[in-house]
Design a protein around this ligand. Structure first.
Ligand code: SF4
Length: 187
């Protein structure tokens, strides 16, 4: 359509149109009470799906990464609990930090976190990720990943055994369940 022939027409970019239509839909649903109904029905399903299908980033930093690998081997078989690794941050929702973070690595790790899909979570695995571990006072070691990324679950140990890692993910499942209860649609 030639907009010059329609002086009352409103031109929008696709991004603006999406934001406008989402806002209108949200207002309509809120006014009619549909939002509450959809929340009630869909939130448990959404939460169940999210916590039973985590996609951690396949990213190993140090020795704790060997335990991460062991957790996925047939003996522990973490995949049966929905932990399926992906190599692209775009396809993941859990950042599993499994080693010490140096000042050089910090901006790259932060970038990986920002590239991940939302909602996303962070698990700090092992003493190095939690506090810097044996290298806490080194000139180039960051004293804990939570100094620059929000951490949801801490798994202590040096290294934590695969059972501890699986237990950490079970704790994450509980947290997801608690957070997503009844909040499928944004207010
Ligand atoms: S916590 Fe221990 S095992 Fe894990 S990365 Fe640090 S030194 Fe290695």
């Amino acid at each position: 359509m030639d907009l010059r022939l329609a002086p009352n027409a409103i031109a929008m970019t696709s991004k603006e149109f999406l934001a406008w239509s989402t806002d209108v839909m949200a207002q309509l649903m809120r006014a009619s009470g549909t939002k509450k109904a959809i929340d009630k029905i869909s939130a448990p399903i959404w939460s169940w799906a999210l916590r039973n299908a985590n996609y951690p980033l396949h990213f190993g930093i140090a020795c704790c990464a060997l335990e991460m690998a062991a957790a996925s081997a047939p003996r522990f078989d973490a995949e049966r609990l929905g932990m399926i690794y992906r190599s692209s941050p775009r396809q993941t929702d859990v950042l599993l930090v499994n080693g010490w973070v140096t000042t050089k690595l910090r901006p790259d790790l932060r970038r990986l976190y920002e590239q991940m899909a939302e909602p996303r979570w962070v698990v700090a695995m092992g003493e190095c990720a939690i506090s810097g571990g044996p290298w806490y006072d080194s000139y180039n070691t960051i004293q804990g990943v939570d100094t620059f990324i929000p951490v949801d679950v801490y798994i202590p140990g040096c290294p934590p055994r695969p059972e501890a890692m699986i237990d950490g993910f079970m704790k994450l499942h509980k947290k997801i369940h608690k957070e997503m209860k009844g909040t499928f649609l944004e207010d």
